[in-house]
Write a protein that binds this ligand. Structure first.
Ligand SMILES: NC(=O)c1ccc[n+]([C@@H]2O[C@H](COP(=O)([O-])OP(=O)(O)OC[C@H]3O[C@@H](n4cnc5c(N)ncnc54)[C@H](OP(=O)(O)O)[C@@H]3O)[C@@H](O)[C@H]2O)c1
Length: 248
């Protein structure tokens, strides 16, 4: 069985790769950094003895996205759309070109790769798509949270329209996870309470369990389920102001 994972060399994607390799699946890893991809693949082959193919590609470019799309059309059993990033600056300081790359990676890539993978899955009557969104989807934090809200809505729609008991589509909504994400975006997270941090391996494990259970949206950990439910009780305008303040 082939599992394809855009964004597989660090953080949550690498945790998915370890988890799936441990379960004996063949992998196709996608990321931009070719040497890191090769190192990661070497580690996985050595430790788990599974075939691991590399597909270096930048999903923020038409050429990179088209190549990964073509590979998805050839057939995969599980697609994990994980590649993503945060911006370095505040909303008005972020160049529009950077916002458009975010939309390409977070939304266009998720759309095109899901559409490329699903027909084969439906034909074989088995398969799964995990689209990595975020709890940020439920708050207002610029283009990042808007793009993740799109991922949640899109995944639920795809699950309703094209899913079945054996072909599943799920949005994954983690809270803060200890990965390279915040450092890459130059975010100072020193004030974030320890209790809010999740481990990438726990997130991947919960995602695989929730996909097997047929959930359309997975929110790993009880603390974030509580935060989301309490958040729904707060008036929308107030929640937006709090989100914006935290963002600053
Ligand atoms: N960490 C959190 O707190 C958190 C919370 C909620 C949701 N998420 C979401 O989880 C996903 C994974 O984030 P992470 O925390 O694991 O971040 P990370 O540690 O920075 O890893 C990101 C991965 O995506 C790849 N990637 C980034 N841009 C890419 C592109 N244009 N084309 C191909 N691959 C690309 C990176 O490899 P290369 O750099 O080599 O391309 C890397 O393997 C993202 O969608 C993020 O929005 C993260």
């Amino acid at each position: 069985m082939y599992k394809r994972q855009p964004g597989a060399t660090a953080g949550i994607g690498a945790a998915f790769a370890r988890r799936l390799a441990a379960d004996g699946f063949s992998l196709v890893l996608v990321a931009r950094d070719e040497s890191r991809l090769a190192e990661e693949a070497g580690r996985l082959r050595l430790r788990y003895g599974v075939p691991v193919d590399l597909l270096p590609a930048d999903l923020g470019t038409e050429e990179g996205l088209a190549r990964v799309e073509a590979r998805c059309r050839e057939g995969v059993d599980l697609l994990v759309n994980n590649a993503g990033f945060g911006h370095k600056g505040a909303f008005l300081q972020t160049p529009v070109e950077d916002e458009l790359v975010m939309l390409k990676v977070h939304c266009e890539a998720v759309l095109r790769l899901t559409l490329a993978a699903l027909p084969g899955m439906r034909e074989r009557d088995r398969g799964g798509v995990i689209n990595v969104a975020s709890v940020a989807a439920y708050f207002t934090r610029g283009t990042y949270s808007a793009s993740k809200a799109w991922v949640v809505n899109f995944s639920e729609s795809a699950a309703a329209e094209a899913g079945s008991a054996r072909v599943k589509v799920m949005a994954l909504c983690p809270g803060f996870v200890r990965t390279e994400f915040h450092q890459r975006a130059s975010m100072d997270m020193s004030g974030t309470p320890g209790i809010l941090w999740l481990k990438a391996d726990d997130v991947a494990r919960t995602a695989m369990r929730d996909l097997a259970l047929g959930k359309r949206v997975s929110v790993p950990s009880l603390r974030y389920k509580v935060i989301l439910n309490v958040g729904r009780l707060v008036p929308h305008g107030l929640a937006s102001r709090i989100s914006a303040r935290i963002g600053r």
